[in-house]
Design a protein around this ligand. Structure first.
Ligand code: NAD
Ligand code: UDP
Length: 339
């Protein structure tokens, strides 16, 4: 299939492009590079060419383009016969979304609406959307797809909840469209080649990139946000999922998607605390990660992990990689990475 991957130069998008190409699909990437680099496209080609019998360079096309530019995006749909869209493009920094709500609402919601509209106009039947566990709010763990969603705590989370509602209504109005809302838990790790991975701009907000930068000596020590949560060791619990497993989930969802709306958690179903992750990283890589306990971070919840059984039952997808692989692969990428 010809798959339009918005945000395909980004962290999850790049790993998904590798998985799509390896599965024999053709990818058309639309990314404005606001949080990624053009070199990533070459890295994607390099990874796939290493394992493929034929050169895949002509199966990947890159457009440096803003997804909210409806006219320019229309040209992509005219130039390529798109069979499916995976919509990763979006702004994702929670703190920044509080400071710049309009930017977040505009970028993340208008892009979803334009793409859904283009699917109708150009006869594209499959749409996969990057949602997030944040839409569950402070619910009871494990989070299951049938749960009533609770309020989100920031504009970023709200853009995901609103995009989900918009796509739900779009499917009601166009019953032969297939939409998958994939609710990611906490993606970490990197491709085993060490060529692509997570490279946030500035000081990382997320735990794993912060840990790898402390390990590299770029940051002095980790600040653990609170040790008085009602969890096993008092630190926050999350469901970390290897980005390659997450990428595979998209390929499977595209292949198996039937008409209508389908919601899947993509997580491992296992919770890991901040201190457990730090210990796993130290053991996996033989490096000490100094940390201090500080106050809770505003808006954080105690525990967040998936009931991942629906994706397994219906798609046959399951996360295969454990926390040790996540820590090893994240560190390999960080060691190799040059700004
Ligand atoms: P990322 O920032 O690495 O990738 C997003 C890509 O989209 C970047 O390459 C960026 O340049 C591009 N982009 C942003 N706005 C654009 C626009 N208007 N037009 C064209 N390109 C644009 O982020 P990621 O971690 O790969 O996340 C991908 C998606 O998954 C996002 O929608 C994010 O909200 C969602 N998500 C991420 C996480 C996570 O923890 N990483 C968790 C849940 C959901
Ligand atoms: N966390 C932390 N120090 C950091 C970054 C994160 O202690 O520098 C904690 C955070 O409080 C949460 C967990 O690590 O319990 C995962 O946070 P992250 O920002 O990676 O993901 P999210 O909060 O979005 O699930």
């Amino acid at each position: 299939m010809n798959i339009l991957v918005t945000g395909g130069a980004g962290y999850i998008g790049s790993h998904t492009c590798v998985a799509l190409l390896e599965a024999g699909h053709t990818v058309i990437i639309a990314d404005n590079l606001c949080n990624s680099k053009a070199e990533t496209i070459d890295k994607i080609k390099e990874i796939v060419n290493q394992t493929s019998n034929e050169n895949i360079d002509n199966q990947i096309t890159f457009y440096k383009i803003d997804v909210t530019n409806e006219e320019a995006m229309g040209a992509i749909f005219t130039n390529h016969k798109i069979d499916g869209v995976i919509h990763f493009a979006g702004l994702k920094a929670v703190g920044e979304s509080v400071e710049k709500p309009l930017e977040y609402y505009y970028n993340n919601i208008v892009s979803t609406m334009f793409l859904a509209k283009a699917c109708g106009k150009y006869g594209v039947k499959k749409f996969v959307f990057s949602s997030s566990a944040t839409v569950y709010g402070d619910n009871t763990v494990p989070f299951v797809e049938t749960m009533k969603l609770l309020p989100t705590t920031n504009p970023y989370g709200e853009t995901k909840a609103m995009s989900e509602r918009i796509l739900t209504d779009v499917v009601k109005a166009n019953p032969d469209l297939s939409v998958a809302l994939l609710r990611y838990f906490n993606p970490v790790g990197a491709h085993t080649s060490g060529l692509i991975g997570e490279a946030p701009n500035g000081v990382p907000n997320n735990l794993m990139p912060y840990v790898t930068q402390v390990a590299k000596g770029k940051l002095k020590q980790l600040r653990v946000f609170g040790n008085d949560y009602p969890t096993e060791d008092g630190t926050g619990v999350r469901d970390y999922i290897h980005v390659v497993d997450l990428a595979d989930g998209h390929v499977v969802a595209l292949d198996k998607l039937e008409s209508g709306l389908h919601i899947y958690n993509l997580g491992t179903g296992k919770g890991t605390s901040v201190l457990q992750l730090v210990k796993a990283f130290e053991e996996a890589n033989g490096i000490e990660v100094p940390y201090e306990i500080v106050d809770r971070r505003s808006g954080d919840i105690a525990s967040c992990y998936a009931d991942a059984s629906k994706a397994n039952d219906e798609l046959g997808w399951i996360a295969k990689r454990g926390i040790v692989e996540m820590c090893r692969d994240a560190w390999r990428f960080e060691k190799n990475y040059k700004e």
